[in-house]
Design a protein. Structure first.
Lengths: 273, 312
């Protein structure tokens, strides 16, 4: 009748119809708010800049590129990207189970892991397509404040790449958590905002067990040094080389997706009647 | 294709399924032969658990379960030969019927055009061609049941597994769907259909499997089971204008075992439900004892019949 579908071809078919579902889901409103809020913040910064109310650190006014760096690191990489990862990643399979539509996917001649993979690709496309334009808008709003768009443009390209990699890595980790655990959201939030945030402040090797550690090495932004905490952070900042970070992030993505796929293959999903 | 002749399409060897401490299915031994087979049992009997095991959604806690001669758990390729219509009313509501069926059929490894053609044919078969471009969210309960059936039959499977497929359908559509299921069987394919309504199953096949409290109670020809059921005292609630006159008439019949009055109704217990229903239909048609408004039988609830069978 037809060739036996492979993992990848099946994943692409699941991706095909999951993307539309994801884009029109209630989560997209949440995603819109999450990526829209920084744009509003950037507009406010721009208005303040026009009015001459920019913050002064160590006697000099903070420029647009530095502010953009702060927004990128503290807002996007440390908050928006993990939040999206948690809320989307943990729900890739859980939503199908809650909606009781998983039956239709699991009674087709495709490996179960391809359902997770296809939905993960849909998450990537959905989030990256919405988050990157938001960053570009913020760049054009903030960087011209005391900075040059031309000079900062390579930085923007690197930041976009970093965010895309971050979305992929956090999404994969939480896709695994979602496939593995029955109540994954709490665990996901604890990992993203407990473990990741705390361990990064602790000197030693533990920070290597976070995604953020490898992400911050990709695009180290110069943070305004205006507090004891940032001085302290600077002392403990030992960043791995970019190639090591990229390799580790790739390994995290592959390992998390493989484990997630195994979990989906082996788990029984009992739907509430 | 299917295995050797007389090889069961579904085989269960001492299959049990536990949900923690709760037993869903208890030491089931079953051989379902090719053709149409009805799985009959009251709500909570274990039908859904058996259906989930047979469709590979659950793994047996104990025993071996085979479908079309192969183990079903973690055996994705076998789903190319199976079509499953689940019980739950769950869909991707934003999709149209055609988009949804096409998307699911495409998971069988077919190209876009082939998937669409198959989906169009399946929707035509279940009588949904005219609404195939509408969103599923706008479908009636009966249409939703039919679109579920369409996704199950679209890829022309050897074995169709239908979990309560007729619920929510109006009588005309129900008749059409029964005909469709019977045609499927006549075409040499197999169907396992579950229901908690005896006459629904009876209208599709004489081969039934009775399940209750996680155990297979009986399997075989529905008429033998029907005889057992017909011996069971049957209670009928008759709402009518002239309940006293009706009661007087009923008492003259030997098969009426007892009767009592309720508000505007008479409740009759009979040992011969077939004879009783025939007489009642004649009385209603003649109108000699006024209008008969409602005839219901609490005993049509399979639970009562099963309790009786378990006791006997």
């Amino acid at each position: 009748m037809s060739a036996r579908p492979t993992l990848f071809s099946s994943a692409l078919r699941v991706f095909d119809f999951s993307l539309g579902q994801m884009l029109w889901s209630r989560r997209s409103v949440f995603l819109g708010l999450l990526v829209g809020a920084p744009i509003v913040l950037a507009v406010v910064v721009r208005i303040f800049a026009i009015a001459g109310w920019l913050p002064i650190v160590n006697g000099s006014q903070v420029g647009g590129p530095a502010l953009f760096g702060v927004l990128m690191w503290l807002l996007f990489v440390r908050f928006v990207v993990p939040v999206l990862g948690v809320f989307y990643g943990t729900s890739l399979i859980a939503d199908e189970v809650d909606d009781k539509t998983i039956t239709y996917l699991f009674t087709r001649p495709v490996p179960r892991a391809s359902v997770l993979l296809g939905k993960y690709f849909a998450y990537l496309a959905c989030v990256v397509l919405l988050i990157l334009p938001s960053i570009i808008i913020i760049f054009f709003l903030v960087v011209p404040v005391g900075g040059s768009i031309g000079q900062a443009f390579p930085q923007l390209a690197a930041d976009l790449g970093m965010v895309a990699v971050g979305v992929a890595a956090y999404g994969a980790v939480f896709a695994f958590v979602g496939a593995w655990l029955k109540r994954p959201l709490i665990v996901g939030l604890v990992f993203a905002f407990g473990w990741e945030q705390t361990v990064l402040l602790i000197p030693g090797y533990l920070k290597r067990l976070t995604v953020a550690y490898y992400l911050q090495a990709l695009v180290p932004h110069a943070m305004p040094q205006d507090s004891a905490l940032s001085m302290l952070l600077g002392m403990f900042q030992d960043l791995p080389p970019v190639w090591v970070s990229l390799a580790c992030l790739a390994a995290i993505i592959v390992a998390a997706l493989w484990l997630g796929g195994r979990a989906v293959e082996n788990r029984e999903y009992v739907l509430e009647q | 294709m299917t295995g050797a002749p007389n090889e069961p399409i579904i085989g269960a060897e001492h299959v049990s399924k536990w949900y923690g401490q709760v037993i869903g299915l208890n030491d089931v031994v079953l051989k379902v032969q090719p053709g149409i087979t009805g799985l009959l049992g009251p709500n909570g009997a274990g039908k859904s658990t058996l259906m989930k095991l047979v469709t590979g959604q659950l793994k047996p806690s104990k025993g071996v379960l085979t479908v079309l001669g192969e183990p079903i758990w973690q055996n994705a390729p076998i789903y190319a030969r199976i079509g499953f219509c689940p019980e739950q009313d769950a869909f991707y509501e934003r999709m149209t019927g055609l988009e949804w069926v096409t998307a699911l059929v495409s998971l069988n490894g077919l190209g876009e055009t082939a998937s669409r053609d198959m989906a169009v044919r399946a929707l035509e078969t279940v009588g949904l061609s005219d609404v195939s471009g509408k969103r599923i969210a706008a479908y009636s309960k009966g249409m939703r049941q039919r679109v579920k059936l369409a996704q199950a039959i679209a890829h022309d499977p050897e074995l169709l597994i239908l979990d309560e497929p007729l619920s929510g359908m109006d009588p005309l559509v129900r008749r059409k769907m029964i005909r469709l299921i019977k045609d499927w069987g006549r075409a040499g394919k197999s169907v396992l259909v579950s229901s908690h309504i005896l006459h629904e199953i009876e209208s599709m096949t004489p081969n039934i499997v009775l399940i209750n409290q996680g155990r297979i109670l009986a399997e075989g020809n529905v008429h033998q089971i029907r005889d057992l059921i017909d011996e069971h005292p049957h209670t009928v609630y008759v709402k009518a204008d002239e309940t006293r006159e009706l009661a007087r008439r009923f008492l003259a019949d030997d098969h009426v075992l007892s009767l009592r009055f309720e508000e505007g109704a008479v409740v009759v217990q009979t040992g011969r439900p077939d004879v009783f229903y025939a007489q009642l239909t004649e009385l209603a048609a003649s109108g000699e004892l006024g209008v008969i408004h409602e005839v219901t039988s609490p005993d049509d609830n399979l639970q009562a019949v099963f309790q009786y069978l378990v006791k006997s």
